[in-house]
Design a protein around this ligand. Structure first.
Ligand SMILES: Cc1cc2nc3c(=O)[nH]c(=O)nc-3n(C[C@H](O)[C@H](O)[C@H](O)COP(=O)(O)OP(=O)(O)OC[C@H]3O[C@@H](n4cnc5c(N)ncnc54)[C@H](O)[C@@H]3O)c2cc1C
Length: 519
């Protein structure tokens, strides 16, 4: 996947069937559905693929135990189906993970075991495994760091876990290799219209600073928390349809959860759930749900959110995590469908997706979850297909494999997430054995990954490599700052850049990564 190739396609193609604005889960999902139906498809992302909310999730491919408790059966059914499909189509990125809900009173074990048996039943043949009660002894064997006092046992259930940005990059590759074009650093700044109907977009190549008028039969607004901006370009008086809600995660050392089991805390003091999930040899703890007035590409956690997560996790872990234990902190904004009158309680805003078709023909998607991106893509393109007269084709993504597809993955291999691409990584190492050296031994990142990211994954700068091709920024922000100069050294010849670029890149990256350090 090369940016120059995508740029060439943009210049050569006079009109696209489907043009998607936004390279997060929703846009990439729509892109795959459109190319799979044979539509000439272009996806434009203003920064990098998954730079927005889609790199900042809890990394769960889940039916949503919480939505089951709220009685939202249709959302759970849809998500459980999609969970199974994602495991089938991207087995190199999705793993079946065991979760424990610890019980500190007599009723919790039967209560959650019965509830989760319903979850298993709803999953049907796509079940990830039976939910079962666990004794105190087994619970402590599985998660030895749990608070022991008054612990009675736990309920075991299964859900999926994944790497959100890696999936996003593989989805962009899937679009490109199925005949579509996805490009990063390409920002839509205006909508082109004729007789009130949208005929394309005006977009700026953020690298060359050139403006392009790109024609398309259908334009899709999949810009997450930024959908209001595009809607206002279509109709300056348009009301806001998305309300951002912030969720924060803290990343801790594995010693706090030295196991493959994830911990689910079913009722926090604000009535939500909190997860502590093992991920790339660290532990992610979160999240929160705080309404935000405005969209932001780099949202920041508040002190209250940090205290809430540390305090809640500390109630369940023998060794209480402290601020100094936090390796990285990241915040994301949920693009929730704005209710007519929400009273400030985003918890109750719809988590399911909505699709709006404007009078101009613009199709906007809001809400949803990473887990359900495929169904969202199908629903969006079903609507787009109606505007593509005579070209209506059925979706066929239920069985479509995502780039990198590989079965029987060894998740203990630090490079497992490359799936079938591992053969190209090995070839690179063979051609230049020095690339097998560690860039970061503690994060298990090798030099070869930087070269591979530049040549095949459209990485354009240090951040692309350290935040989304590898997950260094999200796993250990200080370590990522340390290795940034070495990343620039490897990238410069790959991208034909000079010393000034390297210097500027390290400065830009260090400034950004400092936002992920808890001070
Ligand atoms: C804290 C948190 C935890 C979550 N955990 C989970 C989870 O565990 N499992 C799960 O299934 N879901 C989870 N979700 C939900 C899921 O992450 C989101 O629903 C999903 O990532 C939203 O994707 P999106 O494509 O709509 O938005 P985004 O990922 O934000 O993508 C929109 C993209 O549009 C681009 N864009 C904006 N304007 C323009 C423009 N003018 N031109 C070009 N591009 C533009 C942006 O740069 C951005 O990359 C979580 C969400 C949050 C916030």
């Amino acid at each position: 996947m090369q940016r120059d190739e995508s740029l060439k396609n943009i210049k050569e193609n006079p009109v696209w069937d489907v043009l998607i604005i936004g390279g997060g889960a929703s846009g990439l999902g729509a892109g795959i559905d459109a190319v799979a139906r044979g539509y000439k498809t272009l996806l434009l992302e203003q920064y990098d693929f998954t730079k927005g909310t889609s790199s900042r999730s809890t990394k769960l491919v889940h039916g949503g135990v919480r939505y089951l408790a709220q009685g939202n059966i249709s959302l759970v059914l849809e998500a459980l189906k999609e969970r199974g499909l994602l495991l089938k189509n991207a087995p190199h990125l999705v793993s079946n993970t065991s979760f424990l809900i610890p019980a500190y009173n007599w009723w919790s074990i039967p209560f959650y075991t019965i509830g989760l048996s319903v979850y298993d039943l709803l999953a049907g043949r796509k079940s990830f495994g039976r939910s079962l009660p666990r004794s105190r002894e087994t619970t402590l064997k599985n998660i030895p760091t749990l608070v022991k006092k008054n612990l009675r046992g736990s309920t075991l259930y299964h859900d999926g876990q994944f790497d959100d940005s890696r999936l996003g990059v593989n989805m962009a590759q899937t679009i490109n290799e199925n005949g579509g074009t996805a490009i990063n650093y390409f920002k839509v700044v205006g909508l082109e219209k004729a007789n009130g109907k949208i005929t394309g977009v005006r977009a700026i190549d953020q690298e060359a600073q050139t403006t392009h008028i790109i024609k398309a039969k259908v334009v899709i607004n999949a810009t997450g928390v930024f959908v209001n901006n595009i809607l206002q370009k279509d109709d300056p008086g348009a009301a806001d349809v998305v309300k951002p809600s912030q969720g924060v995660h803290l990343v801790l050392d594995k010693k706090f959860l030295p196991t493959d089991y994830a911990l689910m805390i079913p009722k926090t003091s604000d009535g939500r759930v909190l997860f502590a999930v093992p991920w790339h040899d660290k532990v992610i703890v979160g999240t929160t749900d705080v309404p935000k007035a405005a969209a932001d590409i780099e949202p920041m956690a508040t002190g209250q959110e940090v205290d809430f997560i540390l305090e809640t996790a500390g109630r369940y872990l023998e060794e209480k995590p402290q601020r100094s234990d936090v390796k990285s902190i990241f915040a994301g904004l949920r693009p929730l469908a704005a209710p007519k009158n929400d009273g400030g309680k985003t918890k109750e805003i719809s988590r399911s997706h909505k699709i709006i078709k404007s009078r101009s023909g613009l199709i906007t998607v809001i809400g949803g979850k990473w887990t359900t991106y495929r169904q969202m893509g199908e629903d969006i393109i079903d609507i787009a297909a109606k505007s593509l007269n005579g070209q209506k084709k059925e979706s066929n993504t239920e069985g479509l494999r995502i780039h990198g597809f590989k079965k029987n993955v060894d998740f203990s291999d630090p490079l497992y997430f490359y799936g079938s691409d591992i053969q190209y990584i090995n070839e690179l190492i063979k051609s230049k054995p020095g690339l097998n050296e560690w860039l970061s031994e503690s994060l298990k990142i090798k030099k070869v990954q930087v070269v591979f990211a530049c040549r095949n994954e459209m990485a354009r700068n240090i951040e692309d490599v350290l935040a989304r091709r590898t997950r260094a920024l999200f796993l250990d922000a200080a370590e990522s700052i340390k290795i940034a100069p070495a990343v620039a050294e490897i990238m410069a010849p790959e991208l034909n850049k000079d010393g000034a670029w390297k210097k500027a890149q390290v400065e830009i990256y260090t400034k950004l990564a400092n936002r992920y350090l808890l001070k």
